[in-house]
Ligand binder design. Structure first.
Ligand code: DON
Length: 304
């Protein structure tokens, strides 16, 4: 199978089709992005890389980063993490407050905003310098020391982040935030701000396709049993109220972000990153979904 040929063809087909949806505007800095950017990179566990389009253009990975903070927190504290956050799909929007009231401030899963904020609180309780430890973990996964928080995007989100402030205060009222809310929300906004390009992003997620082991360094970032669980959570919760649709159309564990990125993995094979900033109504990249659906169909590489 000529992977580059398939990527080039599917890329050209999707690019020739319509580009529907809107760029996320509730974070002012994200609304400045050219909506027609489109990049792809697939990195395989045998070290090969296939690219198309704007694969080297950095963008804010937003919620995709929640998988990395979750991996670190799970590696640090193990099973007790599930006392603070559940593992059920929410069927609601990523920023919903609804279920928290009837579920005693325990977020449905760690990939919705409420759950990711609790994970940031766990990291704040565990580390003396959580911001530094988190970016170090992500740099080790990426095997790239230059990956960093984007201060302008974090500040931009903070200036309009009313929902997330509501969520953290509400969580705190249930006793499910143990640290200072300013410190925790700062970590959360910084986490979401991180910039990568598709090449770096697919490379960063490769450890989840490789039983938790970083390819070049050989470091075990997460043991294989926990890696499997993170992938299960991506499969069931990575696309919020569109998780079923993504499983149905693409058939891989994955995660989206409102910057227009999507990452997906095929265990023991590859990690792929797609970026196209226009989002559908559920907040997931319109072209990203289309590309992955066609790519996994043509390569017959779904997990099902
Ligand atoms: O908290 C927020 O709303 C954003 N920083 C992240 C949301 C996001 O990426 C949802 N994903 N599709």
């Amino acid at each position: 199978m000529d992977c580059q040929k398939i990527i080039d063809r599917v890329y050209a087909e999707v690019k020739a089709g319509e580009n529907l949806g809107q760029v996320a505007a509730y974070i002012p800095e994200l609304s400045k992005i050219d909506p027609d950017r489109f990049g792809i990179c697939l990195t395989s566990i045998d070290g090969r890389q296939y690219r198309a389009g704007d694969a080297e253009e950095p963008f804010s990975i937003q919620s995709i980063a929640k998988v990395l903070s979750l991996s670190l927190a799970f590696a640090c504290i193990g099973e007790p993490i599930w006392k603070r956050v559940d593992v059920e799909p929410s069927g609601t929007a990523f920023n919903s407050l609804l279920q928290l009231e009837s579920e005693n401030g325990i977020p449905r899963n760690p990939l919705i905003n409420a759950g990711a904020i609790v994970v940031c609180d766990i990291l704040c309780g565990y580390f003396r310098e959580p911001k530094k430890e988190l970016i170090n973990f992500i740099r080790r996964a990426a095997n790239q020391p230059d990956i960093d928080y984007a201060a302008d995007i974090a500040a931009s989100e903070k200036s309009t982040g009313y929902r997330n402030f509501a969520l953290i205060n509400y969580l705190k009222s249930f006793g499910n935030i143990h640290n200072d809310i300013d410190q925790v929300i700062d970590l959360y906004f910084n986490l979401c701000s991180i910039k990568m390009n598709c090449v770096e992003l697919s490379h960063t997620f490769l450890f989840l396709a490789n039983n938790g082991v970083q390819l070049e360094s050989g470091e075990t970032l997460l043991d294989s049993s926990r890696t499997k669980r993170i992938n299960a959570i991506m499969q069931t919760c990575g696309f919020y109220d569109e998780a079923g649709e993504f499983a149905y159309r693409v058939g891989l564990p994955g995660k989206s972000g409102v910057g227009g990125g999507i990452t997906a993995i095929l265990p023991n094979e590859y990690a792929i990153a797609v970026w196209s900033p226009r989002l559908n109504k559920k907040g997931n990249s319109y072209r990203g979904m289309k590309f992955l659906e066609r790519f996994t169909t043509e390569t017959e590489s779904s997990i099902f």
